[in-house]
Design a protein around this ligand. Structure first.
Ligand SMILES: Nc1ncnc2c1ncn2[C@@H]1O[C@H](COP(=O)(O)OP(=O)(O)OP(=O)(O)O)[C@@H](O)[C@H]1O
Ligand SMILES: [Mg+2]
Length: 265
């Protein structure tokens, strides 16, 4: 089945009341964000999407594919599962070397040129990490940020999943603006659970959650898109300082002023 559109129909929040946002649609090429305070139900919402909930989860939400209800016993061919979820807490149980893991996944997915796809995946992942991931490293030895970067690259390139759900990638310390920039080159549906204002304002729209329920749907307007570009500058300044501090540099008043100055350009 070719997925063109996913629809989320409302259920209930934690208080048992119907959610304010009745529905939202995800179409190919869309980037959307889920925002809201800790514990408000963001992960629960993307889990409902991943499970293709059919009024059978605690929220009572229903997911439609191409406007149609999916049977409870429907399951995708694992080779072609359309959804990849990069979860908030990721640990590998396998101590296979990274290269082996990617090779197995590439083979299962029927990739033509395994070596090339492995290199492409590592190249993508290594643009998001501080220290590069090496093919021979065991999966269990990767850091949290490296793990998440590898999983994103794997989902996009090897998994080729049309729908990618990302739960708070910023917390793993990966290069999130870079991730957004790279992901925009792929025509997929991306759903970001995020506390990051730049990601939220770079989305087509955002769902604001409260007390387990979808409270508001806000389409990003022109003014917000301009704000997103300004926030990106602030983010870049923060990243510059982060890189300098990580590399053992002493921050002087002069360096501070020099960098802050770039914000008014
Ligand atoms: N609609 C709902 N109905 C019933 N329970 C819910 C609902 N939404 C969330 N919950 C429950 O609330 C708790 C917190 O939800 P969740 O983990 O999704 O929050 P979160 O926004 O992802 O938090 P964090 O920012 O800490 O990751 C979970 O135990 C979840 O089962
Ligand atoms: Mg969560």
């Amino acid at each position: 089945m070719e997925i063109q559109k996913i629809t989320v129909l409302n259920g209930c929040g934690k208080d048992g009341k119907m959610e304010q946002v009745e529905r939202f649609d995800l179409e190919m090429g869309n980037i959307i964000s889920i925002v809201g305070p800790t514990g408000c139900g963001k992960t629960t919402l993307i889990n409902d999407i991943e499970l293709f909930a059919n009024r059978n989860t605690p929220s009572g939400r229903q997911i439609l594919i191409n406007d149609e209800v999916i049977d409870d016993d429907f399951s995708f061919d694992p080779k072609k599962h359309p959804i990849a979820l990069i979860s908030q807490h990721t640990n590998f149980l396998s101590d296979l070397p990274v290269g082996e893991f990617l090779k197995i996944h590439g083979t299962v997915r029927g990739a033509d040129d395994i070596e090339q796809i492995i290199n492409e995946t590592l190249e993508f992942a290594n643009q998001l990490t501080g220290e590069a991931i090496i093919k021979d490293t065991a999966m269990t030895e990767l850091s949290g940020g490296q793990t998440r970067s590898l999983l994103i690259a794997d989902a996009v390139i090897i998994g080729n999943s049309p729908i990618i759900l990302l739960d708070e990638i910023e917390n793993a310390g990966i290069h999130r603006s870079k991730a957004l920039e790279l992901l925009k080159n792929y025509k997929k549906i991306f759903v970001f659970v995020t506390h990051d204002p730049h990601i939220a304002l770079s989305s087509d729209y955002r769902i604001v959650m409260k007390n387990g329920g979808m409270q508001q749907l806000i389409a990003t307007n022109g003014e917000e898109k301009l704000a997103a570009a300004e926030l990106k500058k602030i983010d870049d300044v923060m990243l510059t300082f982060r890189a300098q501090i990580r590399s053992g540099k002493i921050i002087t008043n002069e360096i501070l002023k020099e960098n802050i100055k770039t914000l008014s350009n």
